[in-house]
Design a protein around this ligand. Structure first.
Ligand code: ADP
Ligand code: MG
Length: 322
């Protein structure tokens, strides 16, 4: 029923930033190198994500809004070795149950693209022109779910959550060019050079990025790479830490503590570290939370990873080889 679909959708679509996250993940899974994101009114007015990925073939279009239909995974075993970001086939179905959606897509060498309009539970489609890739526009988010609308904060706060999501994915994928336009104003524009420092310049500031120290270490199956700001470039709050595991954005209090300990005794009192840390390890050594809307992670060898990250960052900061 509609109600059941809307309740279930709440698990994936908590707020506008969750929609942005899911659409970005789909675009990255489609191999996009250019990703343009536009929002209005904190995301409740409009969210549009356009990519130059592979597009969706006409034959696959009837399936994309069907929950649990996904093209990305064939067996449960794949979950441990998962490389794509999406794997539950829930995002688009959930989004369409709480918003109006327009999807314009085209694959390479097709005579035409296709525009699919999904409004008030009805779907229509027609041929439409587009270069290869997909644009998805989401409007009237939560208009049929007043309880969700009431839970949302101000437009400025919701916009802040979206900027945070886009910043994280941009840092995770320096080879992809991201733009974010907020209420008609360009708010982010990463160059997609493949150099983390270039993306960091846009997101953390040119001055900080130019002074950041390379973090680079490997031990057996574990490796870390990234950038750490010098201690005198610390922030007045805890918003400066970014973690990615196998290119997936994760939140981990353990990793935050490891980096904070690496800066111990070096930072001015009341200042917090700024760092972008990429960890690579065998997928079998982690549990990615299979809840699609969450970014939590569990490591099987917590202590080993804690020590490795703390030591690697510490060595970089004090100029010693690890
Ligand atoms: P999942 O990502 O878990 O497969 P979604 O509901 O997020 O499920 O997306 C459903 C399907 O729609 C995807 O499996 C993919 O085939 C297709 N799709 C969605 N967004 C895009 C996109 N930007 N480019 C290409 N295909 C897409
Ligand atoms: Mg997805």
């Amino acid at each position: 029923s509609k109600t059941v679909a809307r309740i279930a959708a709440g698990e994936v679509v908590e707020r506008p930033a969750s929609v942005v996250k899911e659409l970005i993940e789909n675009a990255l899974d489609a191999g996009a190198r250019n990703l343009d994101i536009e929002i209005k009114g904190g995301g409740t007015g409009l969210i549009r994500v356009s990519d130059d990925g592979c597009g969706i073939a006409p034959a696959d279009l009837p399936l994309v809004f069907t929950r649990h239909a996904t093209s990305k995974i064939t067996s449960f075993d794949d979950l441990t070795g998962i490389m794509s970001l999406g794997f539950r086939g829930e995002a688009l179905g959930s989004i369409t149950s709480v918003a109006d959606v327009e999807l314009l897509t085209a694959v390479a060498n097709a005579p035409s693209g296709c525009l699919v309009i999904r409004r008030d539970g009805r779907t229509s489609d027609k041929p439409a022109a587009r270069t290869r890739g997909t644009s998805i526009s989401v409007s009237h988010l939560f208009k049929a779910v007043p309880a969700r609308l009431k839970f949302l904060k101000t437009d400025a706060t919701e916009t802040g959550h979206i900027v945070n999501v886009v910043s994280n994915y941009a840092l995770a994928r320096p080879e992809v060019r991201f733009t974010l336009t907020v209420d008609g104003r360009r708010s982010l524009n990463t160059p997609g050079t493949g150099q983390l420092r270039d993306t960091a310049a846009e997101i953390l500031g040119r001055e900080t990025a130019s002074r950041m120290i390379d973090v680079e270490a490997a031990a057996e199956s574990l490796s870390v790479s990234g950038l750490a700001a010098p201690p005198d470039a610390g922030r007045a709050n805890r918003t400066g830490l970014f973690f990615f595991v196998n290119q997936r954005w994760v939140k981990s209090p353990m990793l935050s503590r490891a980096v904070e300990e690496a800066y111990h005794g070096l930072l001015t009192v009341g200042r917090y570290p700024v760092a972008v840390i990429n960890l690579t390890l065998p997928p079998a050594d982690i549990d990615i939370n299979i809840h699609p809307a969450k970014t939590e992670i569990k490591f099987h060898q917590d202590n080993r990873i804690f020590n490795f990250v703390r030591q690697s960052v510490r060595s970089a900061l004090i100029g010693e080889s690890p």
